[in-house]
Ligand binder design. Structure first.
Ligand SMILES: [Zn+2]
Ligand SMILES: [Zn+2]
Length: 150
């Protein structure tokens, strides 16, 4: 899962080759095993781990993410050299979220637009004053006092 696996998130300043190697050894996989799992060629795998690959195509990313059980967003973060916290989007479903509780991790995915449970468009801001939500512990918008839930 997303939140439980903090050690799976890329560390600040970690490069793609270091990151992949660290996760692979954590899973006790050989390069060949990981390449097979990810559906990519062993030579491409070797290049990635030697730091000769700075960009991954979508298929490789998807394969690696599923082989390593990480969200694709983690790979994107490592590739642009950003910490994962800036990659998570603070957004919530105004119908399903119980304000003050942890949000459903799938809402936080960078590309999530709709709630998977009810289909409502996810929100990142206060519906009244458009102030971005900064903390899920808040039930009301700190700037205008409007409740986040509907
Ligand atoms: Zn919902
Ligand atoms: Zn507001």
């Amino acid at each position: 899962m997303y939140f439980l696996a903090e050690q799976q998130a890329p560390r600040l300043g970690e490069t793609l080759d270091n990151y992949i190697q660290r996760l692979r050894s954590g899973l006790h996989l050989s390069q060949q095993q990981l390449a097979t799992r990810a559906g990519i060629h062993i030579q491409s795998m070797g290049k990635i781990e030697r730091g000769q690959t700075q960009r991954l195509n979508q298929k490789t990313k998807t394969g690696l993410a599923s082989a390593l059980s990480i969200p694709i967003e983690y790979l994107d973060a490592v590739l642009c050299g950003q910490p994962v916290s800036t990659v998570e989007k603070k957004q919530f479903c105004p119908k399903c979220w119980i304000p003050g509780t942890n949000p459903d991790p799938v809402w936080l995915m960078q590309r999530a637009k709709y709630c998977l449970t009810c289909g409502t468009t996810l929100r990142t801001r206060c519906r009244n004053c458009s102030e971005a939500i900064t903390d899920f512990k808040h039930r009301f918008c700190p700037s205008c006092g409007t409740a986040y839930s509907e």
